[in-house]
Design a protein around this ligand. Sequence first.
Ligand code: ZN
Length: 250
Amino acid sequence: MRYLILSDIHANLTALDTVMAALPRDTWDDLLVLGDLVGYGPDPGAVVDRIRELNPSAVVRGNHDRAAVGLISVEDFNPAAARAAQWTADQLSADQRDWLAALPQGPLAVSPTVLLCHGTPDDEDTYVFDELDAQAALSTVSRRVIFYGHTHQAAVYESTGGDSGITDLLPCPAPAHWSHVLAESRRYLINPGSVGQPRDKDARAGCGLYEAVTGELTLLRVDYDIADTQDRMRKAGLPASLINRLAMGC
Ligand code: ZN
């Protein structure tokens, strides 16, 4: 079973289509999506439609998905994010809105081993930024392999369960193609990176592949036409800070 894992697409259709072109349908079996399909980017409706066409086996909602359909207010968002969220809400059709509104809150189990969440297993809005956060997140559940998003930063936290604690295995800067076989005796908290708005100083689109039988995890970074997305953001009148950060990857 080969899972393709996408997170934080953020209405960036160019990034999504480039990732999907790099990973044709015969390179994966099941698609898992970790939330924030919309928000920030210029293509909210098109990204919702594209993901639905891909028939994912599991999708959890993100905070921007909730904001776009009125499940949370944008009061806690910064002004640029709030403006983008309002713009996003205005672009969605009733059908797209209903589909987003019905997305489940994580955590979502996809197998006896694999769990999905947007923030952490016990709180969809909590961020995992470091080993301490990862340890706390892993302590709330028993599944061995947990995929999360929300930070827009790729990471592969490995827990030995012993004194040596927890380590982020992903090199920094991460290569375009990084693979590692997950150990049966260890637990993992994995962020595949953001497809549509990376914030780990690498502007390329991020995604993950997990082969559940062999345990091989691959994190990929894919070059896409950032200027193409920025053009549509400009035409939509989205905030300049959001347009500029795409090229900086932060
Ligand atoms: Zn996000």
